[in-house]
Design a protein around this ligand. Structure first.
Ligand code: SAM
Length: 165
């Protein structure tokens, strides 16, 4: 599985998780949208949830600040998919649902698409990485066992209902 990042560079470079993954040769950074290959785009605004039915060869994320991550910013080729209910494990957004950093989004995507060891390798580069995998162990396992996006959404609903109680 290849990981590609459309890199906006408008967030703190010292804390940027995409840059760290690139330093370990785990992801490729693209400063121009034209050089980003077509692949499954991890897009929180997408209508369809990522599921094991999606292609697992190329995953793309947009690394930018959350202030500029509006829908128009995600103009990239390929099917756009939202990650289902998962909570951030990083210290900046710890416990916040849906608001993952780029490394967490890639780890979640890899896990759901059947690449658990890649998810573990990505998270091993961050001191909080194990927290993300521990906090989300059950939902990740369940999403990875779904047949399609509709099943993922049904499982997600159980977590949303629990979160509302
Ligand atoms: C907005 S950037 C913030 C990155 C942060 N500056 C960092 O250093 O990791 C996070 C990216 O991860 C992906 N992502 C995060 N949460 C997501 C979700 N719930 N669904 C789909 N993609 C998500 C998107 O590509 C999003 O643009």
């Amino acid at each position: 599985m290849e990981l590609h990042v459309r890199y906006e560079g408008d967030d703190d470079p010292d804390k940027c998780t995409a840059r760290k993954l690139a330093r370990f040769d785990l992801a490729a950074l693209h400063r121009s949208p034209r050089s980003v290959p077509s692949g499954v785009v991890l897009d929180p605004h997408a209508e369809r949830a990522l599921s094991p039915a999606d292609p697992d060869d190329v995953l793309v994320a947009l690394d930018c600040s959350w202030e500029t991550a509006e829908a128009e910013a995600f103009k990239l080729d390929g099917p756009h998919r939202a990650l289902p209910f998962l909570v951030a494990g990083n210290p900046v957004s710890h416990g916040t649902p849906f608001r993952l950093n780029t490394a967490e989004a890639f780890a979640a995507g890899a896990y759901i698409l059947g690449h658990e060891s890649l998810a573990a390798e990505l998270m091993s580069k961050f001191r909080w990485g194990h927290t993300f995998l521990e906090l989300n162990a059950e939902p990740l396992e369940r999403y990875a066992g779904c047949a399609d996006s509709a099943e993922v959404v049904a499982v997600q609903q159980e977590y949303l209902d629990l979160a509302e109680e």
